[in-house]
Design a protein around this ligand. Structure first.
Ligand SMILES: [Fe+2]
Ligand SMILES: [Fe+2]
Length: 161
């Protein structure tokens, strides 16, 4: 897909975000939940998975608000993070250390999501796409709150090491 204007770039960013949110919902968050040992981490992951389902819907709506049919496109950075995470996960047997490792992966992912949302919200603002801005800002707010929650759980778990 060639990009000749801000809308093209926004749609490309939203396609990546849609892939990220779907991959988190269908693959990553269920795997993290199953791997988690601490009930607090499991609860957090369950809650954020529900939010992530809504994030997919909001990104789809934002694409429609920009006049396009929702379509996703693979995110090489997230795919690489996931690959590295999966290959290292099996090397940790200590349950608390495993949870700290899972939290670190979640923190990286949320930071990447936040960076992607910041870029897309900026472009949507430039284009005057108020509905898209509102939808994307809701996602960004929930991802920021999730990041805070994970960091709190991680701090508690580190104290148990
Ligand atoms: Fe999200
Ligand atoms: Fe998230």
């Amino acid at each position: 897909m060639s990009m000749v204007n801000p809308r093209d770039l926004l749609l490309k960013q939203l396609a990546e975000l849609l892939w990220i949110e779907r991959t988190l919902f269908f693959e990553v968050l269920p795997a993290v939940h199953d791997a988690a040992h601490a009930p607090a981490l499991q609860t957090l992951v369950t809650e954020h998975r529900t939010e992530t389902r809504t994030h997919c819907v909001r990104v789809e709506e934002a694409m429609r608000a920009a006049g396009a049919e929702p379509a996703s496109a693979a995110s090489p950075p997230l795919a690489t993070l996931k690959e590295q995470h999966d290959s290292e996960a099996g090397q940790i047997t200590h349950p608390v250390l495993r949870d700290v490792f899972q939290c670190a992966g979640a923190v990286r992912t949320e930071h990447y999501e936040l960076a992607c949302y910041a870029a897309a919200i900026g472009l949507a603002q430039t284009l005057g796409l108020d509905k898209a801005v509102r939808l994307l800002a809701q996602n960004r707010g929930e991802d920021a709150a999730a990041l805070e929650g994970i960091e709190q759980v991680a701090a508690t778990l580190r104290g148990e090491l």
